[in-house]
Design a protein around this ligand. Structure first.
Ligand code: UDP
Ligand code: MG
Length: 317
C-alpha cells in the first residue's frame, strides 16, 4: 500500500533542529493527510544528525531514514528521497524550519482538488537572510535567467509533486541535477502558494559561495547552449575585424609607407591567444559535462536505511 503523502527532507548537519522539525511536520501531517510517511535523507552529515534520526525513528513509526555514504549535495539528497518515496504525492522541504510546516495542509488541500500536479511554495520574502547572501542569490538567479530563459527567482524547493511528476523525474537520468530547473522544464499543471521564509532554527546555511557558483554552472550548461553560440558570435566579429585590418595592412604596404608593425603583431597575438583560450574553456565546460553524463554513475550512494514498521506501509526490501 502506498501512503497518500510522502514528505522528503534532505538534511546536512542539522542535529540541533531535526527533532523539532520532524515533530512539527508530523503534527501538521496528522491533521491533513490520511496516510503518510516522512523520508529524511542524511546527506553525509559530519555531526550527530544520523544518530538523532535513528533515535527519533524509535518513536515515530512513519519515519524512514536514508543515509548517504558522504556529502553528495542537496540536489543528490533530494533525488535519493524522491526515488525512495512511495506516496501519491511527494512534498520536498528543508529540514531547518525555513520552510514552514504549517503550509502543509494548504498544499495538500490544493493538490486534492485534482487541478494541479505541482503545488509550489514561493518565497514572498527571503526571511532574515543577510544582505550579502540575498545579493548572492539575486545574482545567481540573474545569471540563470539570462542564460537559460527560466525565471526561477522566488522559486524554492518547497514543493508538492504528484506521482506523475515523480515518474517523469525518474526518467531523467542526468547526473548533474538542478532540481528547480528540471521541474520547470518538465511542464505539468502547477500553482503557487506564497510564504514567508522563516529564520533558520539552528546551524548555518550549508551553501558556500563555491557551491553556489558550481550550481550556477551546472544550471547554465545543462539548460542552455548559449555559451557555445557566443564562440560563434565572437568568431564572426573577430573575423570581420581581421579582414579590415588585413586590407589596411596590404594598402599601407602597396603605398610604400613605412610600417611600424611591431605593436600590431603583439596585440594580434594577445587577442587571438586570449579568445582561443576563452573559446576552448567554454568547450571544455561542455566536454566535462558530457564526460560526467556518459559515465552514468549513480547520483548518490545509500549506506544505511531505517525500515518503517507500519502495517499499511511495508518497508522496502
Ligand atoms: N542540505 C543538504 N546537503 C547539503 C547542504 C544542505 O542536504 O550539502 C540541506 C540542509 O540540511 C537543509 C536544506 O538542504 O535542510 C537547505 O539547506 P540550507 O538551509 O543550507 O540552504 P538555504 O536555506 O540557505 O538555501
Ligand atoms: Mg535553509
Amino acid at each position: 500500500m502506498h501512503p497518500e503523502i510522502s514528505v522528503v527532507i534532505p538534511v546536512y548537519c542539522e542535529e540541533a533542529g531535526i527533532r523539532f522539525t520532524l515533530r512539527e511536520v508530523e503534527k501538521f501531517l496528522a491533521v491533513s493527510a490520511s496516510t503518510w510517511e516522512i523520508v529524511v535523507v542524511d546527506d553525509g552529515s559530519k555531526d550527530n544528525t544520523w544518530n538523532e534520526i535513528t533515535a527519533i525513528s524509535q518513536t515515530m513509526a512513519r519515519l524512514r531514514g536514508l543515509r548517504l555514504s558522504r556529502n553528495f549535495g542537496k540536489e543528490a539528497a533530494v533525488s535519493a528521497g524522491l526515488e525512495a518515496a512511495r506516496g501519491k504525492a511527494v512534498i520536498i522541504m528543508d529540514g531547518d524550519m525555513q520552510h514552514p510546516p504549517s503550509l502543509l495542509p494548504t498544499m495538500i488541500e490544493t493538490w486534492r482538488t485534482g487541478e494541479f500536479d505541482i503545488v509550489e511554495a514561493v518565497k514572498s520574502s527571503r526571511g532574515d537572510e543577510s544582505s550579502l547572501s540575498a545579493a548572492r542569490a539575486k545574482l545567481f538567479y540573474l545569471i540563470l535567467r539570462a542564460f537559460s530563459g527560466h525565471d526561477l527567482n522566488g522559486a524554492s524547493d518547497y514543493k508538492l509533486l504528484d506521482q506523475r511528476v515523480i515518474e517523469a523525474y525518474r526518467t531523467m537520468k542526468e547526473r548533474n541535477v538542478f532540481f528547480r530547473g528540471m521541474i520547470s522544464w518538465m511542464g505539468f499543471r502547477s500553482t503557487q502558494i506564497p510564504f514567508e521564509v522563516e529564520p533558520r532554527i539552528a546551524g548555518d546555511s550549508g551553501w558556500s559561495v563555491f557551491g553556489l557558483i558550481r550550481l550556477a554552472a551546472v544550471a547554465v550548461t545543462s539548460f542552455s547552449t548559449f555559451p557555445l553560440h557566443l564562440i560563434t558570435i565572437f568568431g564572426v566579429l573577430f573575423f570581420a575585424f581581421s579582414v579590415m585590418l588585413g586590407m589596411h595592412t596590404v594598402y599601407m604596404k602597396l603605398s610604400g609607407a613605412a610600417i611600424n608593425g611591431f605593436t600590431t603583431v603583439i596585440l594580434l597575438l594577445l587577442i587571438i591567444g586570449s579568445s582561443l583560450m576563452i573559446g576552448l574553456g567554454i568547450i571544455g565546460e561542455y566536454l566535462a559535462r558530457i564526460y560526467d553524463e556518459v559515465k552514468q554513475r549513480p547520483r548518490y550512494i545509500v549506506s544505511q536505511k531505517l525500515p518503517l514498521n507500519q502495517p499499511d506501509n511495508p518497508a522496502s526490501p
